[in-house]
Ligand binder design. Structure first.
Ligand SMILES: Nc1nc2c([nH]c(=O)n2[C@H]2C[C@H](O)[C@@H](COP(=O)(O)OP(=O)(O)OP(=O)(O)O)O2)c(=O)[nH]1
Ligand SMILES: [Mg+2]
Length: 142
């Protein structure tokens, strides 16, 4: 019988991910399409990305928003909302979602990604699997 019980690399160490939901006064939220070359390219998500070693999650959120869409998030208006874990074939992620109602700058596509403001009836597909239940829950919780 095999004696190596060490977990597969994908489940050994969850990766923290800071995710931001920009919410406009009319309730629309900003979604982005993952660019070519990344896992799940073409899938829609909320902007954000991996937290670096030792980096506070809110700092990672602010950094990722500058890098990906050129938007300056005001930390005083970024509300830690909820988290979830998901095991993908490429990684085990721990997602930290923030609701952001104030920011500076107009979202720009700095990584060649498509951006779209979305209301409750989505017109973008497909979504990252881990994001689908969060989005449904968000509309219910409003
Ligand atoms: N940004 C974001 N990531 C999500 C969402 N849902 C979800 O499962 N993820 C997963 C997909 C990825 O495995 C991980 C995010 O990592 P990423 O590939 O975007 O990382 P990153 O922006 O730092 O980019 P890079 O290091 O690959 O250049 O989290 C979501 O709504 N937004
Ligand atoms: Mg990203």
């Amino acid at each position: 019988m095999a004696s190596d019980l060490s977990p597969a690399p994908s489940v050994a160490k969850p990766i923290d991910v800071a995710v931001g939901i920009l919410v406009k006064p009319n309730g629309e939220v900003l979604m982005a399409q993952r660019p070519e070359g990344k896992p799940y390219a073409g899938y829609w998500e909320f902007p954000g990305g991996k937290v670096e070693a030792g980096e506070p999650i809110l700092s990672a959120l602010i950094r990722e928003f500058k890098e990906e869409i050129g938007v300056e998030i005001d930390p005083n208006f970024a509300e830690a909302w909820c988290g979830c874990a998901y095991v993908y074939p490429h990684a085990h992620v721990h997602l930290h979602f923030y609701l952001c109602r104030a920011w500076q700058g107009e979202p720009q596509s700095l990584e060649g990604q498509q951006l779209a403001w979305q209301g409750e009836t989505l017109n973008v597909q497909p979504l990252l699997p881990a994001t689908i239940p969060l989005l449904e829950w968000m509309w219910q919780a409003r």
